[in-house]
Write a protein that binds this ligand. Structure first.
Ligand code: BGC
Length: 668
């Protein structure tokens, strides 16, 4: 195809390029440029076919993977890359050039309605997993759109609120995941809706320049859908494409260009990037064909859940023994609609196959008949006869050896454009768990939620809790495998479960008109709880296994410019299983304020029963750096650092010290 350059387009054509075409396409200058189609989203392809009269989308069914929050909890870089690759196949089959994913916003407040779409409270983990996801997607022919830049950590008042964040916090927390993900060279980035220190994210000239100059981002910047207020202002700031097309904005832009408010140079800079984006996407997909069959993609969706579900509590009840008499209660066990086990908004999906049925999946694995009762709906429904039969569920529970309650939230409670009010489950569900556990103490709760739940009211009554997350359409199989011991749980939390909402620093600035003060600074998630020793229910990095691991013999060595940390993990149990060992850096006697320790590396490894393996994790200098306000750049102070290896951020098993002197590591 003959490539055209910006010089060959008229001013009108260039201006049109800056404004998208309809909802899901880029302008192609009447066929002079290839056509580019974009589509959501992070947990599966949401291809919109048409729009109904009531404004709702008609969507093409597609493989529904577990959410990004579940993917993050796998701590498995290979799975992140495979999910990207598999999504690329879905896109290639549907003529989609750019997938509007992944999102790397930091989970600063567990109520954020979109947390299920995001990876973590930790920017290193979020950035590194996103890097793999993007590489998987792009290697297989489809462009990524990394979103939402930036400091978009709430849905409340999302079009207006200003996230007021200091530079150091932006650099170390909110920009950091974007910095790391940019190593995968995403073809595009999407700005967010909110304002950042007063400026709309679509006019964030300073932020865009950090992306392009400091993080080496070479792609184009999209607006979020309808995030642009003033197209001229945003173009001058370096926002390349407004989505969707807005005629009024285009006409204003044209007028501003004719009046010299938008200069030729500014217009060409944006138009050039859009043209490059278009050709890059076409080169990327050239000759690419889907590599996985649909059934392989569905199996991958199950595998992500197998690795990402987190066992939070287990007092000897799991795995279930063969032949056990089991009751399953709760509408999430056999979701009548996908929206029970998905979040709402632009990540909503129409899945390919029939919803799963945990009771029959368990029955076939255990070789018994499993009783099932829907019991409740997500939100209490009264007087219209749609409520299940709680009495029947309690009876079933009483008759069983083990009672399983499938509880959760779904798209009516966790969704884009709103935040959760509380972290507790709806009252009807808490009551069902307690009522059933009272007649059967062998009660297990499975949580189908997008993110954190406050379990305080009912946790003491139950023997086990499995966080399944929004588990994707094949999640039922994965959950049944874990419950029956066919899969050993290996998911670990990437977001802290606090005891109470009031323990979170961010709650203090919530719903404060148009301004959200990020006054906690760097103290987000475990950085806060760990530094100030605030007890939490389940710490960052936590998750149980059916195996037991012992850590031994840490040693440090220099390998080229990196610090290589080696340690042994011994599986001292009868079960083969996977361990996620986590490497944190703790600066001893830091010269500026630093959180107590920060995650800088990890490894997920399978260890056979009774066997030991040697794990190696490499850290480069960036793992020791912080943003110096004094020098206006990332800095590494000389001094002593402790390297801590643990199975979660509270459970440290090994430690060693290293000195940094004049920019080199010294082993002591
Ligand atoms: C969301 C984006 C999404 C876009 C297109 C917006 O409302 O914030 O994440 O990609 O819609 O559906």
């Amino acid at each position: 195809m003959k490539r055209i350059s910006v010089k060959e387009l008229t001013a009108e054509e260039k201006l049109r390029l800056l404004c998208g075409d309809g909802f899901w396409n880029l302008y192609n200058a009447e066929g002079k440029l290839p056509k580019i189609t974009v589509s959501d989203g992070p947990v599966g392809l949401r291809r919109v076919l048409s729009v109904r009269e009531d404004g709702s989308d008609v969507m093409k069914p597609s493989v529904a993977y577990p959410t990004i929050a579940v993917l993050a909890n796998t701590w498995d870089r290979t799975l992140a890359r495979e999910m990207g690759a598999s999504l690329a196949d879905d896109c290639l089959e549907n003529g989609v050039d750019i997938l509007l994913a992944p999102g790397v916003n930091i989970k600063r407040d567990p109520r954020n309605g979109r947390n299920f779409e995001y990876f973590s409270e930790d920017p290193y983990l979020a950035g590194d997993m996103a890097r793999e996801y993007i590489e998987g997607l792009q290697e297989n022919g489809v462009g990524a759109c990394l979103k939402h830049f930036c400091a978009n950590n709430l849905e409340y008042n999302r079009f207006e609120q200003s996230s007021e964040v200091d530079t150091r916090t932006l650099r170390e927390i909110y920009y950091e995941a974007f910095r790391i993900a940019c190593k995968a060279e995403p073809v595009s980035i999407m700005c967010s809706y909110n304002r950042i220190n007063g400026r709309y994210a679509s006019e964030n000239k300073k932020g865009f320049s950090v992306l392009r100059t400091d993080f080496g981002f070479k792609g184009a910047i999209f607006s979020d859908w309808e995030a642009v207020r003033d197209r001229t202002c945003s173009a001058k700031a370096g926002l390349d494409i407004e989505m969707p097309f807005n005629r009024e904005h285009y006409e204003r832009l044209l007028k501003d260009y004719q009046n010299g408010i938008l200069t030729e140079e500014e217009l060409d800079a944006c138009a050039q990037r859009v043209i490059e984006l278009i050709y890059r996407c076409k080169e990327m997909s050239c000759g690419k064909k889907p590599r996985r069959s649909v059934s392989e993609r569905l199996e991958l969706a199950a595998d992500i859940e197998r690795e990402g579900a987190v066992l939070l509590k287990n007092e000897g009840i799991l795995p279930l023994r063969k032949g056990a008499k089991v009751a399953v209660n709760g509408c999430y066990g056999k979701p009548a609609t996908p929206s029970l086990v998905f979040g709402g908004g632009s990540a909503r999906m129409v899945w390919l196959e029939q919803p799963f049925d945990i009771a029959s999946l368990l029955g076939s694995r255990l070789g018994t008949e499993v009783l099932y009762e829907r019991a409740f709906l997500p939100k209490e429904v009264s007087g219209n006869g749609t409520l299940g039969i709680p009495g029947k569920a309690v009876e079933n529970a009483a008759l069983a050896d083990v009672n399983i309650v499938c509880a959760g939230t779904g798209a009516d409670i966790e969704y884009e454009s709103g935040d959760r009010e509380i972290l507790r489950l709806p009252e009807v569900q808490e009551r069902a768990i307690i009522d059933e556990a009272k007649v059967n103490p062998n009660t297990v709760v499975i949580l189908f939620t997008g993110s954190v739940v406050d379990v305080t009211a009912w946790e003491p009554y139950v023997k086990a809790i499995l966080w399944a997350g929004f588990c994707g359409e094949r999640g039922g199989e994965a959950i049944a495998d874990i419950l029956c011991g066919l899969v050993n749980p290996s998911g670990r939390l990437t977001e802290t479960f606090p005891y109470s909402l009031s323990d979170i620093p961010a709650v203090q600035s919530y719903r404060n008109g148009n301004v959200t003060l990020y006054s906690e600074g760097l103290n987000v998630g475990y950085r806060y709880f760990d530094t100030f020793q605030i007890p939490v229910r389940y710490p960052f990095g936590y998750g149980l296994s059916y195996s037991l691991f012992k850590y031994e013999n840490i040693s440090l060595a220099l390998e080229e410019n990196a610090l290589c940390i080696s340690y042994w993990i011994h599986n001292v149990s009868d079960e083969g299983g996977k361990e996620v060992s986590q490497v944190y850096v703790h600066p001893i006697a830091a010269k500026v304020y630093r959180p107590n320790k920060e995650l800088k590396g990890w490894s997920k490894d399978f260890i056979e029963s009774g066997k030991k393996i040697c794990v190696k994790v490499r850290l480069d200098f960036a793992a020791f750096a912080y943003w110096s306000e004094a020098e206006d750049r990332m800095t590494i102070d000389d001094g002593l650092y402790e390297i801590i290896v643990g199975s979660n951020c509270e459970n440290s098993h090994l430690s060693a010290k290293v000195v940094v002197e004049n920019g080199i590591f010294k082993i002591i």
